[in-house]
Design a protein around this ligand. Structure first.
Ligand code: DX5
Ligand code: ZN
Length: 215
């Protein structure tokens, strides 16, 4: 049974409180919060004040996915805003080991997000320091995109290495997860499913979360 992390990017921002309440009362495990800076990715989403507001109402883990350049500059502020897990992109971090130590020293779980074109082997030498790998199965920047099939191969490669090294690293799949492909993604080795469009465009989001949870 996978952990389910609805992506707030697809929520109704005019009724955020209602959507937070829905997730609180649902079978979801984490809140997935996508922060975009208009530089690392070609889009801008929301940032610190919105996360701090969500923290006041959310009763589950806040999983913050930073799609920003120089994430180390803001790690402490995201901790103060309420992040429990902080993921930085491997492509934005020439000193990834330092970023991971910083995140852990601040008392958060350390995540590494990885784009579809980046080989998972790039993170193997720091795997023991990674709590969560946020594996992108779309090009980051937008919700509602199509799942890139090769991700399944990357999940298997990463899972094998996690087992070989005996780390506790969770594999989170982010982008294009649907009720139709989720079982295949879990079978490949995923531990956490992010779902934005699939949850929030459905007639009954809480029921859709439950269906993902039941897979
Ligand atoms: C994309 C974000 C995702 C996004 C997923 O840049 O990182 O978290 O919200 O959305 P769906 O599930 O709609 O593909
Ligand atoms: Zn994300």
């Amino acid at each position: 049974m996978a952990l389910i992390a609805p992506s707030v990017l697809s929520a109704n921002f005019l009724q955020l409180s209602a959507d937070i309440k829905m997730i609180n009362e649902s079978a979801a495990d984490w809140f997935h919060l996508d922060v975009m800076d208009g530089r690392f990715v070609p889009n801008i989403s929301f940032g610190l004040p919105v996360i701090a507001a969500i923290k006041r109402e959310a009763n589950k883990t806040l999983d913050v996915h930073l799609m920003i350049e120089e994430p180390g500059k803001f790690a402490e502020e995201f901790k103060n805003a309420g992040a429990d897990i902080l993921s930085v992109h491997i492509e934005a971090c020439p000193h990834l080991h330092r970023n991971l130590q910083q995140i852990k020293a601040l008392g958060m779980k350390a995540g590494v997000a990885i784009n579809p074109h980046t080989p998972v082997q790039q993170m193997f030498d720091v795997l023991h320091d990674i709590d969560v790998v946020c594996m992108m199965s779309v090009n980051p920047g937008f919700g509602g995109q199509k799942f890139i099939e090769y991700t399944l191969e990357k999940i298997k490669q990463l899972k094998a290495e996690i087992i070989r090294r005996g780390t506790q690293t969770l594999i989170e799949i982010d982008g294009g997860v649907t009720l139709a492909n989720a079982a295949t993604i879990i079978a490949a080795g995923a531990d956490v499913l992010v779902a934005g469009n699939t949850v929030f465009s459905s007639p009954d989001p809480a029921e859709t979360i439950q269906q993902l949870k039941n897979l």
